[in-house]
Ligand binder design. Structure first.
Ligand SMILES: Nc1ncnc2c1ncn2[C@@H]1O[C@H](COP(=O)(O)OP(=O)(O)O)[C@@H](O)[C@H]1O
Ligand SMILES: [Mg+2]
Ligand SMILES: [Zn+2]
Length: 486
């Protein structure tokens, strides 16, 4: 955790890293040079600020530049991406810059990263503060996407028109994933100061800046010149790569890096909550919201099986179906046998006590256990009718029957009709014995070992989606008018 104060004197307690991603689909634009030297400059200009660098590319420039000794603990960027905490992989390197050893084995874990926010989550819980710089591969693969998503600042080096044109893919990614583009900035790099133009744009830098502005890209009013001295820093008998800060003093690039670093630090200082912290607060808030919603659903469960009236707590293992009304007001579980008897008798029947029911029963049970049953009261002419349908998980209609609801109050009803009556009545009835207008009742099979699982956010949303799809796709429905049951 690093501590300092904001301009207004409030204490800065940084628990989450501030992330700078250097990205471009073009190779050779100066990404790695920028990422590594920026790390060194940041550390030199602010000694107490932890600075860590990682690379998603498959070369070892970072290791070459920063490694002091062979890392004691094993582990590379690959382990980081596989979920190992960053502080376990952190190596303190040259110039006080921390790094995580690079890896050539990222390609075969790409498939694990479907979502762009995985890295942001890993870094949020990494236990590493300060600034983390990410050098990316010259390709918009899933790791680059994750690094872009996690970043507080994205620097895109552009050196010429093709590399500038290429930015449109990064911008498109930001659009596609709804990432805030404020932090996305272009930086003219490898600018040849000897090239001069006639007319409005005197040099490469101002030309690139104006071309960027034409395309609506934010381009820094800074640039990095092309310097033979800088280019030679990686070519020496020691096989090392030397930093600009120590080995290119007196060049223009040396000063340009200082200006760039100051700019980065200003942005850093002005950020009260790094993106990955914001995201994790957001994740946490969502988690709490979802938990509350789950508990509320759990609490609103009916205590009794509406068909037999027996308290569900008395035989919890008999719960096999979950019902819910379309308005989500009434919900609860049904006993396996209660629901099955009702289906056999009323809807597939009338088989009560007949030979037919024995034959049909297994099929009825099988159907009920793999489908959503929908009870939709409506009007056919002036007759109250129950439109009963069963849908498979792909929303295909597998069974349909219309049952007149008239005569429900009569004494001559058989047992299973009573069961249906009770279910509809308990579950759907509104004020004064009338069915709620336009409402329907859905019954879903649940896991008898853990029926409440259906109420967990993901499962519950799936249930609601399925219901909505079914209801939306249903044709020739009867007008659902308030229907009198009693
Ligand atoms: N300011 C500079 N002046 C001259 N050469 C540079 C400069 N910055 C980077 N280079 C050289 O350009 C080449 C590509 O740089 P690199 O940082 O590896 O780009 P990338 O990571 O985008 O592929 C390297 O040989 C590097 O030494
Ligand atoms: Mg590179
Ligand atoms: Zn029951």
């Amino acid at each position: 955790m690093s501590q300092s104060t904001f301009d207004d004197g409030t204490l800065r307690l940084q628990t989450h890293p501030y992330i700078i991603t250097v990205a471009s689909e073009k190779g050779g634009v100066g990404k790695t040079t920028l990422a590594t030297n920026l790390a060194i400059y940041l550390k030199a200009m602010r000694e107490d600020l932890p600075v860590t660098i990682i690379s998603f590319d498959n070369h070892f420039t970072i290791d070459l530049m920063f490694k002091i000794n062979e890392p004691k603990v094993g582990g590379t960027v690959r382990d980081l991406l596989m979920g190992r905490p960053m502080n376990e992989l952190f190596q303190l390197g040259q110039y006080g810059v921390g790094y995580i050893p690079s890896s050539t084995g990222l390609e075969n874990i790409q498939y694990l990263f479907g979502a762009p926010m995985a890295l942001a989550r890993l870094l949020a819980g990494s236990g590493v503060a300060g600034i983390v710089i990410i050098d990316t591969r010259p390709e918009l693969n899933v790791f680059t996407l994750n690094a872009l998503y996690a970043a507080d600042q994205v620097l895109v080096p552009v050196k010429d028109l093709p590399s500038l044109e290429n930015c449109k893919n990064i911008f498109a990614l930001f659009d596609r994933y709804g990432i805030e583009k404020k932090s996305l900035t272009l930086l003219p790099c490898l600018i040849d100061g000897r090239i001069r133009f006639e007319g409005a744009h005197r040099d490469q830098k101002s030309l690139l800046q104006s071309l960027a502005a034409d395309r609506g890209y934010h381009c820094l009013d800074l640039s990095i010149s092309k310097s033979p001295k800088v280019e030679s820093l990686g070519t020496n008998p020691d096989g090392k790569i030397y930093p600009i800060l120590t080995h290119a003093r007196g060049t223009e690039v040396f000063k340009q890096y200082a200006l760039l670093t100051r700019h980065i630090l200003r942005e850093f200082d002005a950020t009260r909550e790094p993106r990955c912290q914001y995201n994790s607060t957001f994740d946490r808030q969502r988690y709490l919201r979802e938990k509350d919603a789950y508990l509320a659903r759990l609490e609103s469960l009916a205590e009794r099986c509406p068909i037999c009236g027996v308290a569900l707590a008395e035989g919890p293992e008999r719960r096999r179906f979950y019902y819910e009304t379309s308005d989500g007001v009434t919900r609860g579980f049904l006993h396996n046998d209660c629901f099955v008897e009702m289906l056999c008798g009323t809807l597939y029947g009338p088989y009560d006590h007949s030979q037919g029911v024995r034959i049909a029963r297994p099929l009825i049970i099988e159907n009920a256990c793999r489908s959503v049953s929908l009870f939709m009261p409506g009007l056919l002419g002036d007759v109250d009718i129950l439109d009963f349908r069963q849908f498979d998980p792909a929303c295909r209609l597998i069974f349909r029957r219309e049952v007149p609801l008239a005569g429900f109050a009569g004494e001559e009803q058989n047992k299973s009709r009573q069961r249906l009556h009770l279910l509809l009545n308990q579950a759907q009835v509104g004020f004064a014995g009338r069915l709620r207008a336009g409402s329907w009742l859905a019954v879903h099979p649940v896991d008898p070992a853990n029926p409440e699982k259906v109420l967990r956010e993901d499962n519950y949303q799936a249930v609601r989606r399925l219901q909505t799809r079914i209801v939306d796709s249903r044709e020739d429905a009867y007008p659902s008018l308030p229907t009198c049951l009693n």
